[in-house]
Design a protein around this ligand. Structure first.
Ligand SMILES: [Zn+2]
Length: 171
């Protein structure tokens, strides 16, 4: 059995979705090779980093990716196999690329509760949580926003006569 670590760079861009592994991204491999009757059993982990955009709010994201892989590379001459030992070598690239690409999220998000984009303003909703809980303003009422509406503010509310009575009862 042989174990070794490899620090490589991805040879090309891996993945075609919203997130992918760019070409030249550091790729750390821990690989174990075991000789078995039918061939060589390859087991290991690969660590790299994905970059792309959130599927909801389109913010750039970059996060680590770790995948485990295991595959039997058979000696040539046996029945058709996906992976074969060739000239005493095992070519790990396809194996590792497939493992990583399959692990990439199909609908990546910048955070699990990403709220996406405001359908009216196109702005991200996640950063302004308090605002996002407010119901969108109907355009017909938008003009009223010019008037003070903060209930804790000092804005005079002479327009509503009951408000003075309420204050009196409380005191
Ligand atoms: Zn997002």
């Amino acid at each position: 059995m042989r174990e070794f670590e490899l620090d490589l760079d991805t040879p090309e861009k891996w993945g075609e979705g919203l997130v992918s592994i760019p070409a030249g991204e550091p790729l750390d491999l821990d690989v174990r090779l075991e000789s078995v009757h039918e061939g060589i059993l390859v087991t290991g982990t690969a660590d790299t980093r994905l970059t792309g955009v959130c599927g909801r709010c389109l913010q750039d994201i970059a996060e680590p990716v770790e995948v485990e892989f295991q595959e039997l590379f058979t000696y040539p001459g046996n029945e058709a196999a996906d992976f074969e030992v060739q000239d005493d070598y095992v070519d790990l690239e396809t194996l590792i690329r497939d493992a990583i690409v399959l692990s990439l999220p199909f609908q990546p998000v910048c955070q699990p509760d990403c709220l996406g984009l405001d359908p009216e303003t196109g702005e991200r909703l996640t950063e302004s949580t308090s605002e996002s809980e407010r119901t969108p303003v109907d355009p017909r009422w938008a003009a009223l926003q010019q008037y003070p509406s903060d209930p804790d503010g000092e804005a005079p509310r002479r327009a509503t006569p009951e408000s003075e009575d309420t204050v009196t009862e409380k005191s």
